[in-house]
Design a protein around this ligand. Structure first.
Ligand SMILES: [Zn+2]
Length: 373
């Protein structure tokens, strides 16, 4: 049977009775819930992450309720215009006065017309995820011989994601953060995060045996047990030595810390008073507080967050990474492959996308500045 014939099978309601025999092997009786469950269980697309599949499930339930409540359609009868309208409705504001496109959607209605995290409607990346879920569903239709070959999402193009750069402290902000008072742990972290711009878990996991304060190196065991060696900049090395001295003197009066430090397995650099390692969430919190103290990256606090006088800070481990990369690329004019290597990006395109937004300015400067004699 050709695809075209199978496609016709989708419109069983209008199909003349004499055609019905021909299509009896096509299953048109499964409910949308059953189709979602089946598509996810079989997973023709081979999605590796359970979290992604769960998100697709939610997206498809939304699509199902939308089709039924707004267009009286099902997954079998959905047409490309329905997909387009569905994608459009995701972009429209909800809240107290939802956009017309949202009003009749039963899914949106029963949840009080929610919006995404970044303002009215859902973000491009979230909408992209919705479209992927719909394509995932119809891929299942295509792969299953007993389902009609429909794909009303085939013509729908993916929402364009504009990469908004996260908060990046300036050179002056970094100076303030390095000079700000704070606990020995917070002060060390500020230096460490700027001069060895890694990810927060790396700091949390670091143990003294990984650090060579004589040679000025830090061995980081990454994915697949690959060992990366960070060279430690002199200002960081000085802070590490100061911190080490402080920590050892604390440990003299603190048996839990002393025990932890005497075992290479538990000799964490960021050791708590209870002799435990500082978890990554806590590392971020420490930096938020440090930002508040330094008066850097301040913004109005939301209810329930850490705040001083209603203000919190956007300073985070990643903000230090962005600052390092931005200063390296734009002030120090280091080549992008070097910056990419320092940040341990798998692909240089990531570095470019996130940290080199001034590319055209730099190209102009390069052209104008060219001399051979
Ligand atoms: Zn909706």
């Amino acid at each position: 049977m050709t695809n075209a014939q199978k496609q016709d099978g989708a419109q069983l309601d209008s199909a003349p009775a004499r055609f019905l025999d021909q299509f009896e092997e096509l299953r048109m009786d499964l409910s949308n819930e059953q189709l979602i469950a089946e598509a996810i269980e079989i997973n023709h697309a081979g999605i590796g992450k359970d979290a992604t599949l769960e998100r697709y499930r939610d997206h498809l339930v939304h699509f199902d309720h939308y089709l039924a409540s707004v267009h009286g359609a099902t997954f079998y009868t959905a047409r490309s215009k329905h997909v387009r309208l569905f994608m459009g409705h995701l972009e429209k504001p909800g809240g107290a006065k939802p956009h017309d496109a949202r009003l009749r959607c039963e899914w949106c209605k029963s949840r009080g017309y929610p919006d995404g995290r970044s303002g009215p409607g859902w973000s491009a990346s979230y909408r992209k995820s919705y479209l992927s879920a719909i394509k995932f569903l119809y891929r299942h239709f295509f792969a299953d011989e007993e389902l009609p070959d429909l794909n009303p999402a085939a013509l729908e193009s993916s929402p364009k994601i504009i990469h908004k750069r996260g908060y990046t402290p300036s050179r002056d902000d970094i100076k303030k953060l390095l000079d700000a008072p704070g606990t020995p742990r917070a002060r060390l972290l500020a230096y460490w995060m700027f001069y060895a711009p890694s990810r927060r878990k790396t700091f949390s996991d670091a143990r003294w045996p990984d650090l060579d304060l004589e040679q000025g190196t830090w061995e980081v065991v990454g994915k697949g047990d690959v060992v990366d060696v960070f060279a430690l900049a002199p200002p960081l090395l000085r802070q590490l030595r100061l911190y080490r001295r402080w920590q050892l003197s604390e440990a003299e009066q603190n048996p839990a810390m002393r025990d932890a430090l005497s075992d290479p397995e538990t000799a964490y650099v960021l050791l708590t008073k209870n002799g435990k390692k500082t978890n990554p969430q806590c590392v971020t919190k420490i930096m938020n507080w440090h930002g508040i103290r330094a008066g850097v990256g301040l913004r109005k606090a939301t209810v329930g967050g850490d705040a001083v006088n209603g203000q919190t800070s956007r300073v985070s481990p990643h903000a230090f990474r962005r600052a390092w990369a931005t200063i390296a690329l734009n002030d120090e004019e280091l080549p992008i492959d070097v910056v990419s290597e320092v940040l341990k990006h798998k692909d240089i395109a990531t570095t470019r996308r996130h940290y080199a937004p001034t590319k055209s300015d730099r190209a102009t400067a390069a052209l104008v500045g060219m001399r051979v004699s």
